[in-house]
Structure formats: structure tokens, C-alpha cells
Unconditional design. Sequence first.
Length: 393
Amino acid sequence: MFDSLNLLPPDAIIGLIAEYRNDPREPKVDLGIGVYRNAAGETPVLDVVKRAERRLVDTQLTKSYIGSAGPADFNEAMRDLTFAGTVANDRVAMLQTPGGSGSLRVAAGVILRARPDATIWASDPTWANHVPLLGGAGLDLQPYTYYDAEKKALNFDGMLESLREIPKGDIVLLHTCCHNPTGIDPDEAQWRAIADVLVERGLIPFVDVAYQGFAADLDADAFVIRELAGRVPEMIVANSCSKNFGLYRDRVGALFVVTGDSSARDAVQSQANNVVRTIYSMPPDHGAAVVAMILNDDTLRADWIEELTGMRERLREMRQLLHDALLEEAPGHDFSHLVRAKGMFCFLGLSPEQVSRLKKDHAVYMVDSSRINIAGISPDNVGHIARSVATVL
Ligand code: LMR
């Protein structure tokens, strides 16, 4: 039976992990997969996570099943972090999920049951796994205009025009902040105008929240969700705790489905629980228990916000550092978008051929689209990165 299966090429993002690890050259630089790194190139467990884990080990009495929707204290704390009271609680179905990807996948299952012929409109470009993940679940995906590669900026007019052409009732996938892969987000006035179009056209927002806290702060980064929550009857929000809690491999995420009223909420909750039951039955608990403990304890929460602020600040500094180094090594090229972009990513604006030479000749790794993970930059390697980029330019 398995003779019929072809060997697939490595995943565009995950494939780089092994390739980089197996590269014996020095210096080498990993600007590939989106994980936070400190100046030493490490992704340490957050201090606050370690403390919560210790407390959890000491106090947890059972590891018995909780249920398909995960623990209520996690779901409620994440709901408040996301919506901050901008929507009535009895309208929101909520589930803890295995990471943001698990949340997207469960959302896809619920959408397929509610409206099997719906199209999901995703920004062009979007996270490399959005289309395989949601498309693989059976949804039809189409692009809307987003990035102007020439100007290295948001094509705002093009985006509005494109959204206005989407048929009523379709679903629009938005990145709440730190757009992956471009790092270019709408500002608040632009988000309001985007919300106007969604309301006018009766489109359903589906918001991916993978980087809350990495652009400006926890509240500002949830702006579009809170703006939309007061204005649309229905929306979907998929959260990830991978980056802002550094819980990548523990797989912690959340799904919120905002419905018209409490009876619709009950129906959606039962359907979503059933989707989970038919895929993975129940989510892993450990990371979610840690997040719930942090969010529900004043001291741990304050310390988490401080650590998160430190990560955000380092990313901002590294953007500036690379920008300045490129200005010196590659004069005549405009890299000003590097400091306008937010969060972990932006495009360098290189061709796949130039990206491949960076890897082959200089051991500098990035995704083919020339998306770089800013967290891979440090004062020690920025010179090597800038000189290598200047050479391939
Ligand atoms: C990324 O875009 O690099 C991250 O979201 C990790 C992933 O799973 O792709």
C-alpha cells in the first residue's frame, strides 16, 4: 500500500531546522523558523514559566482527563487577555487547543460544519502553513491584496478594494499584529477602515493571534479584535501561546468563536468539542495549566509582562542593528522597512536565488521568500549577516 506514496520535499520552514543543525560551518546564522532567541542564540524557558511549573508540580493532584475544551480557568483568562470585556461572555464558545495550529484546525472543522462552501480569504502573502493547514482540512482559500513588495509597505488601498470584492458571508483571515511573514501591520485608523468594510460586506473575521505582546503591548496588539468584537455579530479568534509564553513544544493555544447569542454559543461549543473529539479527543494540559497559573496570579502575571517586554525590546533593537549594518555594507539599498516592521519577521526583499547563495556560500539561513526571523540576529553575528547580504546583492 505505501509503495504508492511519493517522498515529499522538506517543509519550507521546519525543514530549515535540521539543515541548519547539520551544517558544520562557523560562523552560521539561523534566521529561519520563528522562535525567539536571546543574544546568545538560545531559546530559554521563561523564568516565570519555570516558577509556575515548579508550583504546578508541587500542587497538582491529578492528571486525569479534563475534557475536549480544556480547563475553564485557562479559557477564561485567555478570553479576557484577548477581548478585555469587549464582547458578552455568553456569546463566546472557547477551547484550549494544541497550539495556534490546533486552534486553526479546529476552527476549520467548525467552519466546514457551519458553511461547507465558505471561502477563506487570506492576505497575500500569509504564514506559509495557513494554506496547507486550512486547505488540508478541506477549506477553499483565496488571496486578498496586502503587501506592496516594491514599496515594502502595506498596500492599504489595494487591500480595501480587494476586501470589497469578497462575496458576503465569506471569511477573512487577519493577523492581529506582527504580520507573518512581512511584519507590516495596519495602524489603528487603517484597522478601523478595514473593520468598516467587513461590517458593510457582512464578512466574518477570523483573526490569528500568534504574537500578542510582540508589537507594541498586550492591549494595543489586540486592537483589531476588540474593535471588531463590538461591531460584528460573529467572529473567530485563534490564539497561540507558543511565542509570548515561549511554550513552543508544549503546544498551547486557544480558540474563541463569537456567536450571535447564548444558544448559538451552546451549539457552536458542542460542535467544536465534537470536532476535537474526532481529531485528538482532548488537548495536552501541562502548558495550559502553566499559562492559567501565570495569568491568574498578580505577581507571576506582572513578571511575565516584564519578560515579554524584554523580548519585544530586543527584537526592536535587533531590527535597528541590522538596518544600520546594512546601510553601511550595502549603501544605495533601502532597508528602512526593517525598522517599520513589527515583531519577529520581515522580508529582506531578496530573490530565491540570492537566498540560496546566502545559505550555500555564507551559512546564513532564511525562508526562500527571504523572510528573516529578527530574533536570530545578535551583536556578534550582525556584521556577518550584513556583509553576506551585501555580497549576494
Ligand atoms: C514560523 O512562521 O516560523 C512559526 O510560526 C513556526 C511555524 O510553525 O511555522
